[in-house]
Ligand binder design. Sequence first.
Ligand SMILES: Nc1ncnc2c1ncn2[C@@H]1O[C@H](COP(=O)(O)OP(=O)(O)OP(=O)(O)O)[C@@H](O)[C@H]1O
Length: 126
Amino acid sequence: MKNPNDSFLRGRLRSFKFALRGMWLLMTTEDSIKAQLFIAVLATILGFYFNISNIEWMFQFIVIGLVLVAEALNTAIEKIADFVHPEYHKKIGFIKDIAAGAPSFAAFTSLIIAGFIYIPKIALLF
Ligand SMILES: Nc1ncnc2c1ncn2[C@@H]1O[C@H](COP(=O)(O)OP(=O)(O)OP(=O)(O)O)[C@@H](O)[C@H]1O
């Protein structure tokens, strides 16, 4: 909630504090985010193991960010849906299904990027 007595800088700092709290809540309470963070750590270890290039690191971090952002927004939509209509409703089901499509698009994209980065490197091992 905006405090009308806040200066511009104070208002921005307050928003930043809430945003950090949101990241902390997502990382500590949401299993889907925890799972994606675990995969991100594995991908980072893989990146060091295969000594991937700067460009490959950039793509890897972009898709990690994309998946986390999509997962966070999907979680927020699920929470709103559960809050406004906790009981079963066809439309809530539809809204949740299409919201879940967002992290799925991001996950497919990340799999394609992972394929481009790692398949040639893994193929060299055989
Ligand atoms: N209130 C509801 N009305 C109708 N269908 C629902 C409702 N709640 C959930 N669903 C259906 O169940 C699916 C899973 O919903 P849920 O909220 O459990 O999400 P989830 O993907 O299991 O999320 P998470 O594991 O992050 O909690 C939805 O995509 C939707 O199809």
